[in-house]
Each structure stands twice: as C-alpha cells, then as structure tokens.
Design a protein around this ligand. Structure first.
Ligand SMILES: CC(C)(COP(=O)(O)OP(=O)(O)OC[C@H]1O[C@@H](n2cnc3c(N)ncnc32)[C@H](O)[C@@H]1OP(=O)(O)O)[C@@H](O)C(=O)NCCC(=O)NCCS
Length: 152
C-alpha cells in the first residue's frame, strides 16, 4: 500500500496594527509565511477563511497574493456570516518565484543590462568633477560641470 502524505498550511489569523496598515506589512508577512511553509514543511498548498464582507482582506488574498476561492462555507462565522475558503498552490507559487528570480538574474547579466551600466559610466565620465583647493579659501568647493565635447 502506498501512503502519500499531503502537507498543507493554514492561516488562522492575520492582523496589522491600525497605525501601520497600507505599508505592505500584511503582504510581506504572508509571502514570508508561504515560503517557509513550502521550504521548511514541504507544504503543497495553503488555505484560509475570510468573511465575505471583508473587502480589504479579500483584495489582499485574491488580487495581491493570488489565492483562489475554493468554496463558500455557509454560516462559517459565529454571527452567521459566510466565509470564502481560499487556497494557494504553493508549488506553483514557489516555481513562479524561482522563475522571476532567474529572469531578474538573466536581465542583470544580459548584454542590455551591461549596455545600461556602460551608458551610465560613459555619462559619468562626461562630467568633469573638480575640487577648488585654493589655500586662501576657508572652505573647499566641489565643482561639477559638463565636459565640453566640442573640439577647441
Ligand atoms: C487586512 C489587513 C491585514 C491588511 O494589512 P496591510 O498591512 O494594511 O496590507 P498591505 O499594506 O499589505 O496591503 C495589501 C493590499 O490591500 C490594499 N489595502 C490595504 N488596506 C486597504 C484599505 N483600507 N482600503 C483599500 N485597499 C487596502 C493595499 O493597497 C494592497 O493592495 P495592492 O497590493 O493592490 O497595492 C489589515 O487591514 C488588518 O489588520 N485588518 C483587520 C484584521 C483583518 O481583517 N484581518 C484579515 C482577517 S481574514
């Protein structure tokens, strides 16, 4: 007999201090938890419940973090409100993350990125940076001027 262990994570509660909201803290906390669930525990997906009326939390899970509605649980909360049972596929999430990281690395080492760095270097070289070192002057002055490209 084959026995498959299917490990899943579950978010039971999430809240950010009112004074610290809308700074990306919940997004960061969730992303970090998702990564650790996959990396440390080998979880394949993560689930959570959210009130149907909680538009801010629903936006966070659905649009920002890409959770999908698995089902609606009727009367899930003590006051009778329904909940969305939402799931995120962690294998897909980690694969996408790795792909994005690889794309970023490729971009950095690509010729276009190297050209971009060269362009910045050339632009900097076209600036003449000098220092007024007149000993009679009580203070030094940094002079930055554009180098003339005209032939004299
Ligand atoms: C839901 C909650 C955890 C969000 O925390 P947060 O740190 O403010 O969230 P973030 O800053 O990471 O924002 C995530 C997204 O929600 C949006 N958002 C956050 N607060 C919002 C608000 N009041 N109105 C509209 N959008 C809002 C952000 O713009 C962001 O969207 P984007 O990714 O499209 O730019 C926080 O509002 C909270 O603690 N609420 C009370 C407890 C609660 O409802 N918990 C969820 C129970 S399931």
């Amino acid at each position: 007999m084959l026995l498959f262990l299917f490990i899943k994570g579950h978010i039971t509660s999430l809240a950010v201090l009112r004074t610290h909201r809308r700074k990306g803290i919940a997004t960061l906390l969730m992303e970090r938890s998702q990564e650790e669930m996959a990396r440390i525990f080998g979880a394949k997906f993560v689930s959570l419940h959210v009130r149907k009326s909680n538009r801010v939390a629903f936006h966070l899970y659905s649009d920002t973090l890409r959770y999908a509605i698995h089902e609606v649980e009727k009367g899930y909360y003590a006051d009778g409100e329904d909940a969305y049972d939402m799931h995120l596929d962690l294998t897909e999430y980690m694969n996408n993350k790795k792909k994005l990281q690889q794309e970023a690395m490729d971009l950095l080492s690509s010729s276009s990125a190297a050209e971009g760095v060269n362009h910045i270097t050339t632009s900097l070289q076209q600036l003449h940076v000098g220092m007024d070192t007149d000993p009679s002057s009580s203070s030094s002055q940094v002079i930055i001027s554009e180098k003339s490209t005209e032939a004299s």
